[in-house]
Design a protein around this ligand. Structure first.
Ligand SMILES: C[S@@+](CC[C@H](N)C(=O)[O-])C[C@H]1O[C@@H](n2cnc3c(N)ncnc32)[C@H](O)[C@@H]1O
Length: 268
């Protein structure tokens, strides 16, 4: 993968829908789970790929990551030149915007690439292929975080992909934004959304999560947060739920989050 600006960015211009705090849930996870990785890196570079019609979510990512890794530099990359021109006035020290695509026209390999609500507009086969392209361009020990959210960001699912391949999947929802956990299925990454059918692991997992949610109903008397915590403990009896930080444990679950190893849902 080249590091110099490609003559024509790789990919296609798609809808630019975005909004304030849409990606807050994943920003929070990134800061907590991968902040140490950014602090440990020499000149850590973060790419926000496909930031959309406004600079907003890239600026929010920059602000939140700077709180945990003050030396971090963030580059927002967009394939639509008009969206790059619109974001440019918001550049500042450590935050820039540029034209590009999956080839990632940056000066050095990024420690973190965040791509949200981008691959959902591609075909499933392309999503797998671009995961490979993007992970191939990471700095050693780097991570790609690729996911999908609802328009207001209250439901989201994302995958963590290392240079070797996918490592984690995270489900995240505001407690008033779902009836049952499988409501998050419509936000699965493109690599999984077509696999939510009987016989596939992701389908079995969401079915079991719904069951755990149902049997934890008595905890609902203390609020949906307590019910979610109870449901995660039920699930942990039969699924490899990480139980301690940074990926697991009550401090994460109480945010309406659950992270699993990717192998638990891998469709391949
Ligand atoms: C739906 S918006 C998502 C905006 C923001 N990431 C969010 O989640 O709110 C998707 C954006 O990705 C851009 N895009 C699609 N393919 C791309 C690529 N290969 N490289 C860079 N940007 C891309 C589109 O032009 C569009 O602006």
């Amino acid at each position: 993968m080249g590091r110099s600006p490609a003559r024509r960015p790789v990919g296609a211009i798609t809808r630019g829908t975005t909004g304030h705090n849409r990606l807050r849930r994943s920003d929070r996870w990134l800061a907590a789970v991968h902040g140490g990785r950014l602090r440990a890196a020499v000149r850590p570079l973060v790419v926000d790929l496909g930031y959309g019609a406004s600079h907003t979510t890239t600026l929010e990512l920059f602000t939140r990551l700077r709180q945990v890794a003050p030396g971090v530099e963030v580059v927002g990359i967009e394939i639509d030149p008009a969206r790059v021109a619109r974001a440019k006035p918001y550049e500042r020290k450590g935050l820039t915007f540029r034209l590009g695509g999956f080839e990632l026209p940056v000066a050095r390999p990024p420690t973190l690439v965040r791509a949200f609500n981008v691959l959902r507009q591609y075909e499933e086969g392309e999503a797998w292929r671009y995961w490979d392209v993007l992970r191939g361009g990471l700095a050693p020990g780097g991570v790609l975080v690729e996911g999908t959210s609802s328009e207001n960001g209250r439901r989201a699912v994302w995958a963590g992909v290392s240079g070797e391949g996918p490592v984690t999947i995270t489900f995240s929802a505001r407690f008033d934004a779902f009836e049952r956990p499988s409501d998050l299925a419509d936000r699965l990454p493109k690599t999984l959304i077509h696999r939510n059918v009987p016989g596939e692991r992701i389908h079995t997992f969401l079915r079991d999560f719904d069951h755990a949610w149902a049997v934890s109903a008595p905890y609902g008397a203390h609020g949906r947060r307590q019910r979610w915590l109870a449901a995660v403990r039920v699930l942990a009896a039969s699924w490899p739920v990480p139980l301690s930080p940074p990926l697991g444990g009550p401090a994460r679950w109480r945010l309406g989050e659950l992270t699993l190893p990717w192998t638990a849902v891998d469709p391949r």
